[in-house]
Design a protein around this ligand. Structure first.
Ligand code: BG6
Length: 479
């Protein structure tokens, strides 16, 4: 649909930016913090130094001042569970509680709205050793951790996110490290973990509403539209299959409290159904989100596995997506999309897909939306005068925001946008060289240099955009 004018961002729109604890803080074992699954997985692959990350733990005041200078209305960050409970479920660590209190005080002092993710991939290692999310005990441990956060920080924090990208943890469990090594029945175990996380999320949402009646809480999955490679009905069906497995399973449970019928049939036929105890579905149905947060980077394209399917050579990202959760080719087959450019890492760049995704989510669930991740990972170069000319990042964000503005004009109730990432941090898969931030952090993979902060060109662009509530989006970039 074309609009007569591009529309505008609503008054009070939450312009923000995002990070996560394990990617930015460093200080992985400081002041009583226990190790997490990420500490274990990342130390062994040795891609980068994860012990210091961006050293935010020691430099958070400087970082928050920079974010305030950029004009952020909200800042999304996560609380490291094992900083509060070093073994996940035992003694509370007062130094961990104090760190986040200081961080939240600093954020609020600058007039920025804190947006807190309770859990962003970093399950305490001690819980992992007793089965992690495969063990129901972890559900109660998460609820306890969430309640601790609500009790300590609830006076200042109004917006909460439960679990970051639960769908990616299930679909790519081996990469993120949620599954114990040597797990035999991988898919069944993953969907059992999924059920436990759904319960944990519901219990956290219920606890939040009981304790903090003015707070708002929601899930934060990675959602993206799925295109059929052609108008052949079988391809359209394949796209519907993948969308149900990738996207709607998670949001149908979070919002409507029920398993998606297509996914249920898919799990049943493969013997991957989770064990559901009496009362579980009632609990899941009782945990109601106030909004939906979603992360969006790229769209996906799929076809049915028909003999005449001309799919061509898959790029690396599509190959990885095809392996998601061991889904076989009777469900869908990942395809390349000749209509879209790719970034340096093979991810499709699809701003229109962003608009489609926002519209689809809103049409299905009719809850307010906030974008909690969107951005471009790239090999930035620090040039003379400590400048970073990241025009490619500005172009990516500008194109995506134009489509978001159109989604708002389409009627989608969207109340905020938090690109990834506020400042440079260690990428989940490719170390610090794959940068996303508005602020450059001066370090390499293993040479930590001086960790100085430098404002990139995109910093000034975003600053101007926020100051104008998005009105400068179509202006030429002139600095
Ligand atoms: C999201 C995660 O999946 O994507 C982030 O929530 C992650 O933690 C981001 O960093 C980008 O992925 P990557 O692998 O490029 O860091």
């Amino acid at each position: 649909m074309q609009h007569h004018n591009p529309g505008a961002f609503p008054e009070g729109f939450l312009w923000g930016a995002s990070t996560s604890a394990y990617q930015i803080e460093g200080a992985w074992n400081a002041d009583g913090k226990g190790p997490s699954v990420i500490d274990h997985a990342r130390f062994s692959d040795n891609v980068t130094d994860f012990t210091v990350c961006s050293d935010h733990y020691h430099r958070f005041k400087e970082d928050i001042a920079l974010l305030a200078e950029m004009g952020l209305k909200t800042y999304r960050f996560s609380i490291a569970w094992s900083r509060l409970y070093p073994d996940g479920d035992g003694e509370l660590n007062p130094a961990g509680v104090a760190f986040y209190q200081q961080l939240i005080d600093e954020i609020c002092r600058h007039g920025i709205e804190p947006l807190v993710t309770l859990y962003h991939f970093d399950l305490p290692w001690a819980l992992q050793q007793t089965g992690g999310w495969s063990n129901r005990r972890t559900v109660a441990a998460f609820e306890r951790f969430a309640v601790t956060c609500f009790e300590h920080y609830g006076k200042q924090v109004k917006y909460w996110l439960t679990i970051n990208e639960q769908n990616m943890m299930i679909l790519k469990g081996e990469v993120i490290g949620t599954l114990a090594e040597g797990t035999e029945d991988v898919q069944r175990s993953l969907y059992q973990q999924n059920h436990h996380m759904m319960l944990a999320q519901a219990r956290a949402m219920i606890a939040c509403h009981q304790r903090l009646p003015d707070a708002k809480i929601g899930p934060a999955p990675n959602i993206s539209c799925v295109y059929a490679a052609s108008s052949r009905p079988e391809d359209v069906l394949a796209a519907d299959n993948f969308s149900a497995i990738r996207n709607w399973l998670y949001l149908d449970l979070a919002v409507h409290g029920r398993y998606n019928a297509v996914v249920w049939a898919f799990l049943q036929q493969r013997g991957w159904l989770p064990e559901i105890e009496a009362g579980d579905m009632e609990t899941i149905a009782a945990g109601k989100p106030d909004f939906i947060a979603f992360n969006y980077y790229a769209s996906a394209t799929v076809s049915a596995d028909l003999p005449d399917a001309a799919r061509g050579e898959l790029n690396s990202k599509q190959k990885a997506d095809q392996q998601m959760a061991g889904i076989d080719s009777t469900v869908y087959v990942g395809c390349n999309n000749p209509h879209l450019p790719q970034n340096q890492f093979g991810w499709y760049i699809d701003p229109v897909g962003f608009r489609i995704t926002a519209r689809e989510i809103y049409a299905r669930y009719a809850l307010p939306l906030i974008v909690t991740e969107n951005g471009l990972g790239a090999f930035d170069t620090l040039e003379a005068g400590n400048k970073v000319h990241d025009d490619y990042r500005i172009a990516y964000l500008r194109d995506h925001l134009r489509q978001l503005r159109l989604a708002i004009a389409d009627g989608v109730a969207l109340f905020g946008y938090c690109p990834w990432s506020a400042i440079d941090l260690v990428s989940t898969h490719q170390g610090i060289s794959k940068r996303y931030g508005f602020i450059y952090v001066n370090r390499d993979e293993h040479d930590l240099k001086d960790l100085a902060r430098y404002r990139k060109k995109s910093f000034f662009w975003y600053q101007q955009l926020i100051a104008s509530n998005g009105a400068t989006l179509d202006d030429a970039v002139s600095y």
